[in-house]
Design a binder for this molecule. Sequence first.
Ligand code: NAI
Length: 331
Amino acid sequence: MKIAFFSTKPYDKASFSAANEIYNHELVFFEPRLTPDTATLAQNFSAVCVFINDDVNETTLRAIAATGTRLVALRCAGFNNVDLKTAQELGIQVVRVPAYSPYAVAEHAMGLILMLNRKLYRAYNRVREDNFALNGLLGFDIHGKTVGVVGTGKIGQCFAQIIHGFGAQLVAYDVKENPEVLKLGTEYLDLPDLLSRSDIVSLHCPLIPATHHIINATSLQHLKPGAMLINTSRGGLVDTRAVIDALKTGQLGYFGADVYEQEKDLFFEDYSDRVIQDDTFQLLQSFSNVVVTAHQAFFTQEALDNIAKTTLSNVTDIAANKPCENALWRP
Ligand code: NAI
């Protein structure tokens, strides 16, 4: 199939070109995001390949359908940026990569916890400046603490297994229980109970209407005062303004995020010589007990290789009119 890749970076080109040696599709890499304005780039391509911040809304879908596109291949797990109803109406198939490395994301969540707890960002800079004082670097043992996992699917399970290795007690919230997570001695609770019992809360559920702003001014009131919140899932799970208010009062003690609700205007680009216009993001960054990474949790070599192989295999199935197990709807 002739595939137009959007939002591409050099690492996408490298991993997909290598994987394509087996699949032999025609790949064309574009740097811009797919939006209604850039949809013309997809003209005469049977498939588009998109990432998390491409805007695959109704207008985009109608535009690409009109010029011959019949497949949207997401090179990610989440699909909250695709209007599935319109895709179905237009007969555009949508495939995704449901799992490529749950370890990558779970390990990054653990990294954010250690970074915030042991203030590694400060320690690194201090030592480089020959400041060997320990004041302000005091952390806590994770061993014996209670950690709440919100969403115990593939990534939540990996995360639970990692944090169990640290000797933490596990509590979880999900719409369904995971037997592997139960095996770790995890207690499933409702969300307010989980928040009130946890020293650390890590979010691993998808962004859907039911989970939009699952962390908001009301739910933050349930939090154990001074607890740590980690979000490596999707920015829209968290009401950032409410998080800022809770950080100011000390109700929230630490916030680590790899995702941000308005990230599509910022992340994956170099803004180091530009003025950032997002005041909420700038305010969030100003707290010393906040660490933000720019949606890099998935970014391991293993994950990139798996993403490329699964995406191209999905495209091959659709091109051959074979049922694709990673299709989000079936004609
Ligand atoms: P998954 O589908 O295996 O697990 C999601 C879990 O959330 C399931 O157990 C499901 O029952 C649960 N869930 C669904 N609705 C819920 C609700 N209303 N309340 C509580 N739990 C609910 O997905 P996986 O692979 O574990 O990924 C989780 C999320 O991680 C993805 O949706 C994506 O947003 C995010 N992600 C972030 C990445 C990053 O680089 N930062 C990379 C990959 C995924």
